[in-house]
Design a protein around this ligand. Structure first.
Ligand code: HEM
Length: 119
């Protein structure tokens, strides 16, 4: 968990899948199902942050600035997941947050994969 990115990758891959399942359930009008998936997704937010923080603490000395930005953008992605799902439930517009989600995902992938650990 400290020296490779496997656990971290596992958590965010599952979170991305759960996020899209929650969106689909919402669009299908299955409010109860969406609520359950949303709760599980929130647990995965914690696991992403935990596994990311463990990597960060051990390795940020390599490049503190870039690791710091990577962590912040990771939290930004999670924030966009949450904003989209909460606003969907309230019937508010989510267009802006979808755009921000795509931007934050692109940045987090570029930064994540260009940092030295993992692939
Ligand atoms: C949904 C949110 C997130 C996504 C999609 C994401 C994505 C990634 C990716 C693609 C990598 C590279 C994996 C590899 O090269 O094997 C990575 C590594 C990393 N992530 Fe995240 N991440 C997220 C959240 C976070 C958070 C919240 C933190 C900090 C609290 C964090 C800290 C790190 C660190 C320290 C690394 C290791 C960088 C390295 O040296 O390669 N991530 N992440």
């Amino acid at each position: 968990m400290f020296d490779n990115t496997h656990a971290h990758i596992t958590t965010w891959v599952i979170a991305i899948i759960l996020f899209f399942v929650a969106v689909r359930l919402h669009n299908a009008g299955k409010a109860k199902g969406m609520k359950v998936v949303h709760m599980i997704l929130r647990l995965f937010y914690l696991l992403i942050i935990l596994t990311g923080a463990l990597l960060f603490w051990k390795h940020q000395g390599i490049n503190p600035a870039l690791y710091g930005i990577k962590a912040l953008v990771g939290v930004w992605v999670i924030g966009m997941f949450e904003m989209i799902l909460v606003r969907m439930n309230k019937g508010k517009s989510t267009k802006m947050f979808w755009i921000l989600l795509v931007i934050s995902l692109i940045i987090v992938f570029i930064l994540g994969f260009s940092l030295p650990l993992g692939i």
